[in-house]
Design a protein around this ligand. Structure first.
Ligand SMILES: *Cc1c(COP(=O)(O)O)cnc(C)c1O
Length: 422
């Protein structure tokens, strides 16, 4: 916690200015201890399955694996990451689960070849897997017909959502499963109810009904992801105890009905990885536009897209070069270097620019964007031919480079100037 609002000098005991000096900016820094704390919060669940799409660096996956966390993959690339980080392709419970609404050809080949467990989000996936891997058991991702999400772009249920198997088609899918010689060992619902326990009870009810319909082949249920992270001081933290009790009650009912154990999985992405991450940037220009003061930093939506995509709020701090413990505050707009007017970190949904009360700062001082671990680096791009940032992991009081900053050669690798018309 900062000693004074929006002043930060260290991350996990390591001096930020020294990190920036040594590794340059923009720079992502992850605090391993924070990830472990968030994993520990969820220890009541039988299995924590990390949705790696939130932050998929191999070092993070390795950390999760060592902590006994399983992993979810949504693409062939994510399966390969999990394997590279030391996860076994199969086991009980399956260390890696491929969850998606389609197989691209590469993913289908990989899950068939390596025996990766598949959580099917469409009848076509069942058909395609069945053709190549009869005898397998699969899990089904069900869309219960209603959703919940913090924006239209993150809603994961209901008829506007592309995700999962429509609840009313479950029966058809079970017949298809039988015909193809597959079996259904579990159900999955990723709705993102977050802190809304009333809504969550509805989800649990829908999953229970679907599981009873499938019957005794069910040995696992997954609550999906969507556990919220408090990004603002005023955000209500999720009541994990109540969240667990609702799912556990559903599990218990199914166990009673089936007469065998049912594994309860949770599949967090953001919850494990958001708070550990810091995006360190340098203030390169400070300018006034009418009544607004802009801090322009060397990180942009090529590094962190959540503000431009969702109007997401991230806490921010200044690292005073003179070691000041406090500074007068002022209202500023924080923007990046890209040639795009939307390259603003202080905006609300719909793209409305707003201001943030931050300490007065000078050119060359660092600005830290916090809670930037989840959906930060992984959504990074080479827009404006900017290199992907470097990533550091701090563990045991030591900061280690877990991804080198891209070079210009990395950016143009694979590009060709045709010589045909000379
Ligand atoms: C994205 C995703 C998650 C994780 O969502 P969070 O909101 O980051 O917890 C979990 N499961 C599936 C299938 C997902 O697609």
């Amino acid at each position: 916690m900062p000693e004074f609002p929006s002043i930060l000098t260290e991350i996990a005991g390591i001096n930020i200015a020294e990190l920036a000096n040594r590794h340059g900016t923009p720079l992502f820094v992850y605090d391993a201890a924070m990830i472990r704390r968030r994993i520990a919060d969820l220890k009541e669940f039988d299995a924590i399955r990390y949705a790696q799409k939130a932050l998929s660096n191999l070092a993070i996956l390795d950390l999760c694996r060592r902590e006994g966390v399983l992993v979810d993959a949504v693409s062939a690339g994510e399966i390969r990451r999990a394997l590279t980080a030391g996860y076994s392709p199969h086991g009980n419970p399956p260390p890696i689960v491929y969850t998606a609404d389609i197989f691209d050809r590469e993913a289908l080949e990989l899950v068939v070849e390596r025996g990766i467990h598949v959580n099917c989000g469409s009848p076509d996936m069942i058909e395609q897997l069945g053709e190549h891997a009869a005898g397998r058991d699969i899990t089904l991702r069900i869309n219960p017909g209603f959703g919940h999400g913090h924006s239209q772009k993150t809603n994961t249920g209901g008829e506007q959502s592309k995700h999962g198997i429509w609840h009313a088609e479950l029966d058809d899918c079970l017949q298809q499963v039988d015909r193809l010689g597959l079996s259904v060992s579990g159900l999955h619902m990723h709705i993102g109810s977050g802190t809304d326990l009333e809504h969550l009870a509805q989800v649990c009810g829908a999953l229970e009904a679907a599981a009873l319909h499938v019957g005794r082949s069910i040995t696992s249920i997954s609550a999906g992801g969507g556990l919220p992270t408090p990004y603002r001081a005023t955000d209500q933290p999720v009541d994990l105890g109540a969240y667990y009790r609702l799912w556990d009650a559903t599990r218990q009912k199914l166990q009673m009905e089936f007469g065998h154990p049912v594994r309860l999985e949770i599949e967090p992405g953001r919850y494990l990885s958001a708070e550990c991450g810091y995006l360190i940037s340098e203030i390169r220009a400070i300018k006034r536009m009418g009544n607004n003061t802009f801090y322009l930093v060397d990180a942009g939506f090529n590094n962190l897209a959540r503000p431009i995509l969702y109007g997401a709020y991230h806490p921010m701090s200044i690292v005073p070069a003179d070691g000041a413990k406090q500074r007068p505050l002022m209202d500023v707009v924080v923007g990046g270097p890209l040639c795009e007017s939307g390259d603003i970190f202080t905006q609300t949904e719909g793209g409305f620019v707003c201001t943030r009360s931050l300490p007065q700062a000078k050119i060359g001082e660092l600005l830290v964007i916090e809670c930037a671990g989840a959906y930060g680096f992984v959504m990074g791009s080479n827009y404006n031919s900017k290199p992907l940032a470097a990533e550091l992991l701090i563990d045991g009081g030591e900061a280690m480079v877990v991804r080198e900053r891209q070079t210009f050669d990395d950016i143009i690798r694979g590009e060709v100037i045709p010589r045909t018309h000379v």
